[in-house]
Design a protein around this ligand. Structure first.
Ligand code: R1P
Ligand code: URA
Length: 237
C-alpha cells in the first residue's frame, strides 16, 4: 500500500485525474469512456481507474463526500502519485433561479465557511480559486462540443441537511454563490498549497429554489455532458 488510503503502485495514475464524488460514477466513466482500463484502487471501495481517452492517459477516482474526504485523496494524489491536474465532476444544488436542472456549471470561485484552510495551513480566507488554465481549457472544450456551460461562484458547504432550508438566500446574495456542493474548496486549497492545478465542473441535480430534483435516469444522461467536456479538455490539452 502506497498511502493509508490508496493501494496503487507509484506510477499507476495519469497526470490528470477526474474526480466525481461517487466511486460508482468513476466506474461508469472507466467503463463507458476509457480504453485500456486498469482498476488501480479499491481500498474503502474508493474505486480508481487508469486508461486512455483518445490515446491520452487519464485516471478517474471517486473522492467521497465532503471536504475531509477529498482533502485526503487529492493530497495523496498530488504528493505521492505526482498527479498535476484534478478536475472534480460533481453534482450541485442550485441557489440561483437562473440555474435549471441539468445545467453544467464551471466554478470560477468557491466560497466556504469551512475550517479546512485554517486547520490545514492557517489560511482563513473564505474564498479559493481554480486553475485559470484548466478553466480556460474547459470553456474551450464546451465551446468545441457546442455544449452550454455557465460559470460562477460555488458554495462548498460542510452540511448537507441544514436546519434553515432558506439559508441559501443569504449566501446567494452575500457571496453571489449560484449553487452548493461539498468538496471544491478543499480541492482548490490543496492544489494552491502544493502548486498543482484543479477545476470543478458541476451538473445541477436539484434546486433549492424550486425544490425540483433530477430523476436517476436523467442524472446519468445529463452527467455525461460534464464528462464529455472534461475528457475533451484532457484529450485536447
Ligand atoms: O455528486 P457529488 O460529486 O458527490 O457531489 C455532491 O453530491 C454529494 C451530496 O449528495 C456531495 O458530495 C456533493 O458535493
Ligand atoms: O451538495 C449538494 C449537492 C447537490 N444538492 C445539494 O443540495 N447539495
Amino acid at each position: 500500500m502506497m498511502t493509508p488510503h490508496i493501494e496503487a503502485a507509484s506510477d499507476a495514475f495519469a497526470k490528470t485525474v477526474l474526480m466525481p464524488g461517487d466511486p460508482l460514477r468513476a466506474k461508469f466513466i472507466a467503463e463507458h469512456y476509457l480504453d485500456n482500463v486498469k482498476q488501480v484502487n479499491q481500498v474503502r471501495n474508493m474505486l480508481a481507474y487508469t486508461g486512455t481517452y483518445q490515446g491520452v492517459p487519464v485516471s478517474v477516482m471517486g473522492s467521497g463526500m465532503g471536504m475531509p474526504s477529498i482533502g485526503i485523496y487529492s493530497w495523496e494524489l498530488f504528493t505521492v502519485y505526482e498527479v498535476e491536474h484534478i478536475i472534480r465532476i460533481g453534482s450541485c444544488g442550485a441557489y440561483s433561479p437562473e440555474l435549471n436542472l441539468y445545467d453544467v456549471l464551471l466554478a470560477d470561485r468557491v466560497f466556504s465557511e469551512t475550517t479546512f484552510g485554517t486547520v490545514q495551513n492557517g489560511d482563513p480566507n473564505p474564498f479559493r480559486s481554480p486553475s485559470p488554465e484548466l478553466n480556460q481549457r474547459l470553456i474551450q472544450s464546451a465551446h468545441a462540443l457546442s455544449l452550454p456551460l455557465k460559470t460562477g461562484t460555488v458554495h462548498s458547504c460542510d452540511v448537507f441537511y441544514r436546519e434553515n432550508s432558506q439559508d441559501f438566500q443569504r449566501i446567494l446574495h452575500t457571496h453571489q454563490a449560484l449553487a452548493v456542493e461539498m468538496e471544491a474548496f478543499a480541492l482548490f486549497h490543496n492544489a494552491q498549497v502544493l502548486g498543482k492545478h484543479a477545476a470543478c465542473l458541476l451538473t445541477v441535480s436539484d434546486s433549492l429554489v424550486t425544490a425540483e430534483a433530477a430523476s436517476p435516469e436523467a442524472r446519468q444522461t445529463a452527467f455525461t455532458r460534464m464528462m464529455d467536456i472534461a475528457l475533451h479538455s484532457i484529450a485536447n490539452a
